[in-house]
Design a protein around this ligand. Structure first.
Ligand SMILES: *Cc1c(COP(=O)(O)O)cnc(C)c1O
Length: 420
């Protein structure tokens, strides 16, 4: 493996992390778009899937497809075993204490809505407060606005600095006896900022407020340990974690899940139903009404296996090196300004170029084979904070290389030429 890095002659770390080998596991990357080599730099929107995930999902439908939990036949037993094995994989991936603390949802959006509509609805009353931050994705704003509106409660927003960091002093001041929940991102999708999660929890818990983290971004860039964080809830979305779409995870501390009301009613979430009274199943099943996305769960389990085999710490080191390389390279582009400059950031290069609309940047880059995202990134308040309508955003994953960054920079030179 070291020899591959030496042959490549440069750039990649000469360690067990072999990016060329990793790239071969992602068949979608080996294509051209508009006749150019694909540089896929839109990972914060969704990541590509390794062959092992594709294989597991195909094999499930070909060989094991059956409904789970209630079947007595062999296929159902196999499907159930694979589904529950994936739950254990996710449990170990984020170091949850119990597998019953892992609930499968549709996405992190649904995970957050689940907490808002159950835990939130139960706890938040008139005049209470929910604390979020100014760098949240809409998925971690709107569900709280909805429940606050319903209950006559108030949303409090922790401001951020010009670098895109949480103002911790302000955060501390915002917390009070009326704070019923803190819901903050572990990593911003618009800025790349990694928030001081452990401190956020410590400060909130001192005041008796539980904490939910939106881990949609963090979970595929760094090792997550929910016990070390001591957070109360943690939301993950599968498709950014190299898994399929339509599957998400909600981690919740057992003691909360026990006392929370169910989210949706239906099959599987009950233990007995009569017209007079229904008794609910225990967690996690209480929160998984109806036939779940069985194949999606199994695919997510395969994605977790894949990431674990590569090693998330190695991935983080690789991405850190690329982020530094990319940041330096972007500084060389005339009129370009990076939005989100915290030293505590990961894998995201959000930027604007003087007098050029991000949408035009994205369109020209696409012609050069470079896939990025432009717009408000479902974080309109972040754009407002920086006084801009949109940014162009390149975002990294484990399979990206210096070649991708070089393609980005040379495509930006093309943008300069066109608009220069
Ligand atoms: C992508 C993302 C979400 C929403 O994820 P879905 O898969 O659309 O539910 C929420 N928060 C952050 C920070 C994200 O990056």
């Amino acid at each position: 493996m070291t020899s591959t890095a030496q042959v490549a002659g440069d750039t990649e770390r000469a360690s067990a992390f072999d990016v060329d080998r990793i790239r071969r596991d992602f068949p979608i990357l080996a294509q051209t778009v508009h006749g150019k080599r694909l540089a896929y730099l839109d990972n914060a929107a969704t990541a590509q899937k390794p062959q092992s995930v594709l294989d597991v999902m195909e094999r499930y439908y070909r060989e094991d497809n059956a409904n789970i939990h209630r079947g007595v036949h062999l296929l159902s037993e196999r499907a159930t075993a694979a589904y529950e094995a994936a739950r254990a994989k996710v449990q170990h991936f984020i170091n949850a204490r119990h597998s019953r603390e892992i609930i499968f949802t549709r996405s992190s959006t649904e995970s957050i809505n689940l907490v808002a509509q159950t835990f939130g609805r139960q706890r938040i009353g008139h005049g209470d407060e929910v604390v979020i931050s100014a760098m949240e994705h809409h998925s971690n704003i709107v569900p709280w606005q909805m429940i606050c509106e319903e209950k006559g409660a108030r949303l409090r927003v922790v401001p951020i600095t010009d670098a895109g960091e949480l103002r911790l002093g302000e955060y501390e001041r915002l917390l009070g006896p009326r704070t019923k929940l803190v819901a903050i991102t572990h990593m911003s999708n618009a800025l790349g900022t990694v928030t001081p999660a452990r401190q956020i929890v410590e400060i909130a818990h001192q005041r008796g407020a539980p904490v939910l983290f939106d881990g949609s971004q963090a979970a595929y860039h760094m090792t997550i340990d929910v016990q070390a964080l001591d957070c109360d809830f943690y939301a993950i979305t599968g498709h950014k974690l190299y898994g399929p779409t339509g599957i998400g995870v909600l981690y919740g501390k057992s003691e909360h899940l026990e006392s929370m009301p169910p989210y949706q009613g239906g099959g599987d979430m009950i233990s007995a139903v009569t017209f007079e009274k229904t008794t609910y199943n225990t967690p996690p099943y209480k929160f998984e009404a109806g036939t779940p996305n069985i194949c999606g769960v199994i695919g997510l389990g395969a994605a977790v296996d894949y990431i674990t085999a590569v090693g998330l710490d190695e991935v983080a080191a690789h991405e850190r090196e690329l982020l530094r390389y990319g940041t330096d390279a972007l500084h060389e582009v005339r009129g370009l300004r990076i939005i989100g400059t915290s030293p505590h950031k990961a894998s995201i290069l959000s930027f604007v170029m003087k007098d050029i609309h991000p949408h035009d940047i994205g369109t020209i880059l696409d012609q050069e084979g470079v896939a990025i995202r432009t717009g408000h990134h479902c974080a309109m308040p972040v754009m407002e904070r920086f006084g801009i309508p949109a940014t162009a955003r390149a975002s990294l994953a484990m399979y990206n290389t210096r070649e991708d960054i070089d393609a980005l920079v040379s495509a930006l030179r093309r943008v300069e030429e066109v608009f220069g």
